[in-house]
Design a protein around this ligand. Structure first.
Ligand code: FE
Ligand code: FE
Length: 180
């Protein structure tokens, strides 16, 4: 096993049992999002992005320092030495994708969970038109929007009983070629 994937699995073993909120743990949320990506026939990189999108929440010191609200960039930066932009950039943009969707889709905003609505304020609230334009210019904006939909759906117990290690194959396939 690649040493960084080993490290990731150990991180989830150690910290992934903490609550995500909304009645599920971080691991449950992660594997549910990955499962939704798999069902859509997404690439190993997108499945990995879905699986690891909240890894920043597991890094306790950063959570305390930033009050959780920078978990997108913290997670993306942590993964960047080992995974390509197709994995890290949708993760970096997933909170921005929420701000975008809330601004452009009334139904999306209305359907947001309480916890997600609460964190929206700390993430900057609704995107204004200038921010929306800039967001759409991001090379991985579409991927981030897809990830965001799984993020919202991946909060129901029954969806998946898998573990992080069950996605070893996807994670390995998604690694940057230089680190293989
Ligand atoms: Fe998140
Ligand atoms: Fe999430």
């Amino acid at each position: 096993m690649h040493p960084f994937i080993q490290q990731l699995i150990e991180l989830y073993d150690a910290e992934g049992h903490h609550t995500y909120g909304e009645g599920i743990t971080q691991i449950e949320h992660a594997v549910q999002c990955a499962e939704l990506a798999l069902r859509e026939g997404e690439s190993a990189q997108m499945v990995t992005a879905a699986l690891l999108h909240d890894v920043g929440h597991l890094m306790a010191t950063t959570d305390i320092a930033f009050g959780n609200y920078k978990h997108d960039s913290i997670g993306a930066d942590y993964l960047t030495p080992h995974f390509p932009p197709a994995v890290t950039e949708p993760i970096r943009l997933h909170a921005q994708a929420k701000r975008y969707l809330c601004a452009v889709e009334q139904d999306y905003l209305a359907g947001l969970s309480d916890a997600s609505l609460d964190s929206l304020q700390h993430q900057g609230g609704l995107m204004d038109p200038v921010e929306q334009e800039a967001f759409l210019q991001e090379p991985f904006a579409d991927a981030a929007l897809r990830l965001r939909r799984w993020d919202d759906e991946g909060k129901v117990d029954e969806l998946s009983n898998k573990q992080i290690a069950d996605y070893l194959e996807s994670m390995t396939a998604a690694l940057s070629s230089v680190t293989h």
